[in-house]
Design a protein around this ligand. Structure first.
Ligand code: HEM
Length: 197
């Protein structure tokens, strides 16, 4: 038997995905900061555009009946509308999203992994929100998509993780989940590069 890498040996799927995406997350964090999104509302608007495009990719998943059956508050977790309103507050046009990506059909493992990345990004959002007063922005103007989710940030994450860890997946779906978590980080990176180009 070949030894499994330690990161893929954790009994909890959420922990495995967490460890697997540690590096992509660090790279993305550094990339966000390299674009200096807190220098001005105009620069922050570009970051919001990337968030909008990522939520656009995910909107169908957030409303997928099979996934909503697992996570009843899933549709309310999507932040597309908040990002749209933020762009309007900031005076930036809504960028054109990618219909092909949002319309493709994903297996359960992959779908949950994309949601894992999107839901996880709400944790970092709490830190980003602290920078907003300096820009004259808040969770009711320009930075709505970073706002505290209904029921609380920690609780929302805990309940999502409980579902993610409780779902049974076969080996193939498990591998698809891992690949999808990495792909979701790559996708956000593409949006970021496009919006700051
Ligand atoms: C598109 C996806 C994501 C983006 C764009 C993103 C972005 C960020 C950024 C920019 C920070 C730094 C905030 C600061 O220091 O001011 C951060 C921190 C954080 N993020 Fe993410 N993140 C994403 C996904 C995730 C995921 C999937 C998780 C959890 C599994 C996560 C958990 C955290 C946590 C706990 C922090 C707090 C500080 C830390 O531990 O590094 N994020 N995120």
């Amino acid at each position: 038997m070949t030894a499994q890498p330690a990161q893929l040996a954790h009994p909890l799927r959420s922990q495995r995905l967490n460890q697997l995406t540690h590096q992509p997350h660090s790279r993305l964090d550094a990339l966000v900061k390299s674009h200096d999104p807190f220098a001005s509302p105009e620069r922050f608007a570009r970051f919001v555009a990337a968030q909008y495009l990522f939520q656009y990719d995910l909107e169908r998943l957030y409303n997928d009946p099979a996934l909503v059956a697992l996570i009843p508050d899933l549709p309310a977790r999507c932040r597309l509308q908040q990002a749209r309103l933020d762009l309007a507050d900031l005076g930036l046009a809504i960028p054109e999203g990618d219909e092909a990506i949002r319309s493709r059909s994903l297996g359960l493992g992959a779908a949950l992994a994309w949601l894992f990345v999107s839901e996880g990004s709400k944790l970092g959002a709490a830190f980003l929100l602290k920078r907003m007063p300096a820009l004259g922005l808040s969770e009711t103007f320009g930075a709505r998509h970073l706002g505290e989710p209904e029921g609380g940030r920690a609780q929302g994450w805990k309940s999502f993780i409980a579902t993610l860890d409780g779902v049974e997946l076969d080996e193939r779906q498990e591998r698809e989940a891992e690949a999808a978590a990495i792909a979701a980080f790559e996708r956000f990176t593409e949006h970021l590069e496009r919006c700051f180009a």
